[in-house]
Design a protein around this ligand. Structure first.
Ligand code: ATP
Length: 268
């Protein structure tokens, strides 16, 4: 199916679709690596590839062979260099399809998860705890499970299986408690674990005033669909990380409405 002719080039509709898809792919990759050191590597690799196309078109066989080897080895090196970006890209695709939110998918394809009853986590004791921790400038990090399993992260801390109450949460985050460091994980209406280690985000755009507690909150929301609350020890301010986005300086009602909306959002 010929779309049009450009000099000696016959361009079909499929070629146009191909060009469009490649342009979209390059644009998405550029967006992912923009501003990081990886972007320079990406541009460098692209230039080598263009040079390869040029020498090939000119019929310089030896140079073509050398660049061919360089590109094939370079592809492997790129996977190593871009491992974080590739991970982010795949996570983005996985999240945007929202497959794990689908009731059908959870029921039929993720059989282990089907046993999970949809017990709602009570927000009131959590919000009361945030208010108290913020008022007394005690830091806190709370992970509220949505659909993704958090066992791996819970295993990194001390396993607990207790009702979600304000007094227990405050006892955990008290500076005299051996469990106050790290994060508390809450799922299915229970406190699952405390002192958990969360993945730290490598987002370059996070303000330098925000330290590792906030980076861990963001990192966890990039890696899973959990909602993560960070209470700053320095300022007492509340922050919420959801789907790789960090909302800072939240008022309590704002935090509540965001949590309500996100956690109660029905699965499709
Ligand atoms: N990867 C992590 N996983 C779980 N908890 C973490 C992690 N990194 C830091 N924390 C918790 O955050 C605490 C404070 O870290 P840091 O002072 O760097 O945070 P911050 O973002 O500046 O917050 P604050 O405003 O409270 O100082 C640590 O003592 C620890 O309890």
């Amino acid at each position: 199916m010929l779309a049009f002719r450009l000099g000696f080039l016959d361009i079909s509709w499929l070629d146009l679709l191909d060009i469009g898809l490649v342009a979209l792919l390059i644009y998405q990759i550029y967006n992912l690596v923009r501003g990081s050191v990886a972007s320079r590597v990406f541009v460098g690799y692209l230039l080598v590839y263009l040079a390869y196309l040029l020498v090939k078109a000119l019929g310089l066989n030896l140079m073509t062979t050398i660049l061919e080897y360089f590109i094939s080895v370079g592809a492997l090196a790129l996977i190593i260099i871009f491992q974080h970006e590739i991970r982010r890209f795949l996570l983005l695709i996985g999240k945007s399809t929202n497959l794990t939110n689908s009731r059908f998918f959870r029921r039929w394809l993720l059989r282990n998860n089907t046993e999970r009853t949809e017990t709602h986590t009570p927000l009131k004791p959590i919000l009361d705890t945030c208010k108290a921790l913020g008022a007394e400038f005690s830091g806190g990090l709370l992970v509220l499970q949505k659909n993704d399993g958090l066992e791996k992260f819970a295993q990194s801390g001390e396993l607990i299986d207790a009702d979600v109450t304000k007094s227990l949460l405050l006892a955990i985050f008290s500076q005299y408690s051996p469990l106050h460091d790290g994060a508390v994980i809450i799922g299915d209406g229970r406190i699952r674990a405390a002192r958990c280690i969360l993945p730290v985000s490598e987002d370059d755009e996070l303000p330098p005033s925000l330290g590792f507690r906030h980076r861990a909150a963001l990192g966890m929301s990039e890696a899973t669909d959990a909602a993560v609350i960070a209470i700053s020890e320095e300022s007492g301010r509340l922050a919420l990380a959801i789907n790789g986005e960090l909302f800072t300086n939240l008022s309590l009602p704002d935090l509540e409405s965001r949590l309500e909306r996100y956690l109660r959002e029905p699965g499709r």
